[in-house]
Design a protein around this ligand. Sequence first.
Ligand code: IPD
Ligand code: CA
Length: 270
Amino acid sequence: LDKNISDIIVDSIYFARKRVMRIFRKDIASRSLGRNISGDITRYIDIVSEKSIIDFLKKSLKSFSILSEEAGFRKYGADYPLIIMDPIDGSFNASRGIPLFSISIAVAYGDTINDIVFGAVCNIATGDIYTGYKDKGAYLNNILIERNTKGFRPVVSIALSQNIYPKMNKFIRRSLDKGWKIRVIGSSSLEICMVADGSIDAYIDIRNMLRISDIAASILILNESKGRIYNRSIFNEVFLGEKRYNIVAANSQSLLDEILAVLEFINKSY
Ligand code: IPD
Ligand code: CA
């Protein structure tokens, strides 16, 4: 790990956060500026965050590359460190004024998820920051996450869309029968980090829509908190801006197994 790169990343996040909060809940935040490479609408708030982070990194690092949701891949003098970022994860929430969205940044020295050495996810509205250091643990506001279960009754956050109706309908019904709590939050990086710290117990997104920039930082944080993820083969995936992912994450193997059974995911290696 480059000396100080994790500090630089965290500082860049707080630098961007200040600018983002200045426009949050103002009309300009949701102004559409066209579509990004994935075909999603890019809004003013996305660009303010992305530009702030890149400007900050250009001043603080000699050379690096970025893979970012709006800007795509850009090389500033060297392939590594590769900074994989989602300048706003939960753009819909951010542009509506719902205070549940993040900045998510991962640092890699190689081209697979296994090569990610650091990840940071900041809940922009609260300022909470989750950090994960490969093989060195996960932290919430600089305090080591040591226990990631808080209650007896599982709280499961899910992502919904029409293409997963029958499966998720059934999942919701079964979960409610078991007495589980269901949430739909709309910021995958934050939801995965909340599994890491035990605020929620599991996160399910099987719509095949998540991008690497949405999850790069948070799955390192989850892994470092000893949380479980069903498709562990994801760690060998090469970064490709356009590839889409599914995630089932839980804070214990037993809860993960129970969820996979309800979803009828069989014989998946994890
Ligand atoms: C979105 C969030 C959301 C997920 C969407 C993503 P974005 O990211 O992660 O939770 O359901 O699929 O696109 O577009 O706000 O960066
Ligand atoms: Ca985004």
